[in-house]
Design a protein around this ligand. Sequence first.
Ligand code: ATP
Ligand code: MG
Length: 583
Amino acid sequence: MSDSVQVYRRLLGYTRPYWRTAALALLAMAAAAALEPLVPTLLQHLVDKGLIGKDPQAGWRLPLLLALTFAAKGLVDYVANVASQAVAQHAMSDLRQEVFRHQTGLPLAEHQSRSHGRMLSSILNDIPLLSQALSSAWIIVIRDTLIIIGLTVKLFLLAWHLTLLILLVAPVVAILIRVASRKLRVSNEAMRTLAGQLAGQLEAGLSGVKELKIFGARDYESGRFNQLSEDLRRASMRAVRVQSANVPLVQVLAALAVSGVIFVVMTLSARNLLTPGEFFGFVTAMSLLFEPIRRLTNINGTIQSGLASARGLFDLLDQPLEPEGQGTPLPAATPLQPIVFDHVTFSYPGQERPALQDFCLTLPPGQTVALVGSSGSGKTTVAQLLARFYSPQQGAIHYGPHDIAGLELRSWREQLAWVGQQVVLFDDSVAANMAYGRPDLPREQIVEAARAAHAWEFIERLPQQLDAPCGHNGLNLSGGQRQRIAIARAFLKDAPVLILDEATSALDNESERQVQEALNTLARHRTTLVIAHRLSTIESADWIVAMDQGRVVEQGRHAELLARGGLYARLHQSQAQGGDSQD
Ligand SMILES: Nc1ncnc2c1ncn2[C@@H]1O[C@H](COP(=O)(O)OP(=O)(O)OP(=O)(O)O)[C@@H](O)[C@H]1O
Ligand SMILES: [Mg+2]
């Protein structure tokens, strides 16, 4: 319970900047609550003065007042609704932005350990649930509580003994609500987990749609999806049953209370306690109580599921981010420094076998060092550690005098440009993908980079040229075209350290030769780490390092390594025999 209070308080913290609107909403709710007891009061006078007392003025004045009361009620209800929705929507938009920003700032290890579906679902499913808990729940809890208080005061003023009789039912209602909220909490947690899995399944099914078709996995994937969908239905129905049982129970209890009151007034000597008008007013006020009580008990479900979502979101937000701004910033005009891997040992989270073991490597400033080795030997891992996506468990990576672990992350990554093994393009225009994150880069510069990466040839032929959409994951383009855009992106970043992980693997021989020339130009005056399976592309590197199982096996220049007849020579020979194969 106290945990729920804490979570709700933290959630309310998001409404603080909008306290003015929230105050307006509260004011409107208070007005709505104050107007509510006016109705039974007016009816009471209508009976006593209009019908029994035959007061001629009451004949027109009371109906007029009644109409005005309802008009005023309508107005304040409107204001209360709109104002509290405005607060909730503002708060949710802020929270949504914070969650997205936080998710993208989490360390890679954290991304690896969390399911993608769960992360998608926090923005797509959790935030709307939260918004309900903040807006409608908020209105209902505050306004209806005020209304209930107002009506109860009215009842007390009319006949306090009868009111006490009704209040006897209150503890029973309270116990019912407690039991129900515990049950709801459990099924809401289950629903959140399932919704996350469903989102993950959906994402996997849609992004892998080609594989799904070719491998005839439609039935298999639908089967998994259907199973989750059914589980979600069952969990939702459990919550619905608990929530729906609340309503009739409260109504039955309320009806019992009314019948009790009528019985007492009719049969016992209480008849002379109340005028007919007061009696009418009393019963009206009582029946007006049902609706807010029903809403209040029902809203518990909404609040519970909102709290379940909030708990999950806050758990995510409490995960520490990569320390982007901490550490020593690199001075703006730092000359190129040597990069040294000093006895680095690293295993991926949850992995026992190290991906790199006692790994030593020096990248002299301005030179090109190539990493070769069989698949899984740890080449990409070297690049990932250099980019500080992960940190070594032993040893260190130095950039001149600095341990890169102590450098400010942002300024370190500014030194790096990367063309990765899997090209990632965003669902945006060709130009935006090349100038990624820098929308105000001049067009001429983008065109120049596109020419340098030999991408201009095909971009020129696209109907919308630079504004052509790349499609989800760059699906509108061929593999080689995507790769050339990624290379142009690296050109545009113009960073001193260049990482090329299989940067030309998707190109045919002719384009590869051209792009390779461009990359050689780009690599000039930069420190370059190039990873390639096709050894012909790295023959001219200043230094070649052959890796196996996370260790350096041999290193030297192309001719020396060939002469030595070791791993490099073997790799080279097998490629020479197998033609220009990629593996
Ligand atoms: N994110 C990860 N989590 C766990 N293990 C990983 C991860 N990425 C790579 N590995 C493991 O680390 C080892 C080295 O992988 P790495 O990607 O560095 O190989 P590589 O030399 O780049 O191979 P390839 O030539 O196929 O790209 C492999 O055994 C791989 O299974
Ligand atoms: Mg790799």
